[in-house]
Ligand binder design. Structure first.
Ligand code: FES
Ligand SMILES: [Fe+2]
Length: 372
């Protein structure tokens, strides 16, 4: 799992104004809360004696620990230690790492790392349709899987599996894609493919009624970004009729992944057509999980030759190469060491403030694998 990346922590709707929200990411617990216009994300461990801050309460823009009432402000600094009295200013060391946050696409994103703003890759602009309600109808989805985040993302970038895994939009029709070369981008890759449309019988419901009976090709464009571990898949069924799945994945830990998604469509815009779309999505997600949760090894092998990859796996390989590249910068959590050391120590992801001011912290930082 990688630090120095943006991750979707929650939907904006689920973070209420009057209470904190605990979220598990990268094998660690975090707490989110709103203060004023801003959103704060801290480790969910108090630096006094380890209370879980997500069980605390909000008071005047601060988060109060449920154990002894220490109050932390939006920057993670403790501003009140009730047992010492309001006249005592808490020392600087009574503080927690605070992570940069942003709201985009109706989600709360957190930058889990210590890079200064100029060095952070921005959250990708992969889903401009989010703001175009006049032409696109959006349906949200979310799911969790008992599978590693790389395995999950590879499944989404894999255009061949659809012919075998997905009943509705696959069908066992010619899995050979007219593959255009993939276009490598600084933080991702993009590909456009044309495929045989599934057998007319594979589509059902309202969408099937709209599609021309003689349709033979479906165009699919696919783009991913390692920033935010997100991707956009857009099939165009016929001229002007298109659908977008935009999904971001957050590792809960090495073996569990949470996905946040939007499905957008530019046809059948009425709300009454949502149920059928959602049903189709749920079916497709279940079909994927039946496969991906059983892929072995559970973590992607460290070297490409440990699997027999072909040119049809080029998007998956592009993703893996970027993951290796980021790990090579020294941004990969050493999960084996973390599992042992976190039994006795609080280990947190370093924040930008810690980088700027490295001494005087209670919590240690998470072990990272050496870069290359
Ligand atoms: S553990 Fe948080 S105030 Fe004591
Ligand atoms: Fe799939």
């Amino acid at each position: 799992m990688l630090i120095n990346n943006w991750y979707v922590a929650a939907t904006a709707a689920e973070l209420q104004a009057d209470r904190p929200l605990g979220v598990r990411m990268l094998g660690m617990d975090f707490v989110l809360f709103r203060s004023g216009d801003g959103i704060t994300c801290l480790p969910d461990v108090c630096c006094h004696r380890g209370g879980a801050l997500s069980d605390g309460r909000l008071a005047a823009g601060c988060l109060a620990c449920p154990y002894h009432g220490w109050q932390f402000d939006a920057n993670g600094q403790c501003v009140l230690i009730p047992a010492l009295g309001a006249e005592v200013k808490p020392p600087r060391r009574a503080r927690l790492d605070a992570y940069p946050t942003a709201e985009k696409y109706g989600w709360i994103w957190v930058f889990l790392g210590d890079l200064p703003p100029a060095e952070r890759a921005p959250i990708p602009d992969l889903f401009p349709e989010y703001d175009d309600a006049a032409h696109w109808r959006l349906v949200p989805y979310r799911f969790e899987a008992a599978a590693n985040w790389v395995r999950m993302e590879e499944n989404s970038l894999d255009t061949i599996h659809t012919s075998f895994v997905h009943r509705r939009f696959g069908g066992r029709v010619d899995p050979k894609s007219a593959a255009a070369d993939i276009e490598l981008l600084p933080h991702g890759a993009r590909v456009r493919r044309e495929k045989h449309a599934p057998d007319a019988s594979a589509k059902s419901g309202d969408l099937a009624k709209l599609l021309p009976a003689n349709r033979t090709r479906t165009r699919v464009s696919l783009e991913f970004s390692i920033v935010g571990i997100c991707h956009r898949i857009q099939p165009t069924f016929s001229e002007g009729m298109s659908q977008i799945n935009f999904t971001a994945r957050t590792p809960i830990d090495e073996f569990h992944t949470r996905a946040f998604g939007w499905q957008a469509r530019n046809y059948l815009l009425g709300e009454e057509h949502d149920a059928e779309r959602i049903q189709g999505l749920e079916e497709a997600i279940a079909e994927d999980l039946r496969i991906v949760e059983k892929v072995r090894p559970r973590l992607t092998p460290p070297a490409l030759p440990e699997e027999f990859l072909t040119k049809a796996d080029s998007m998956e390989v592009a993703f893996r190469r970027l993951v290796r590249q980021w790990a090579g910068r020294g941004w990969e959590i050493d999960s084996e060491r973390y599992a042992v050391e976190s039994l006795r120590h609080v280990l947190v992801i370093p924040s930008p403030l810690r980088r700027a001011d490295p001494t005087n912290w209670v919590h240690r930082t998470v072990p990272l694998r050496a870069g290359s």
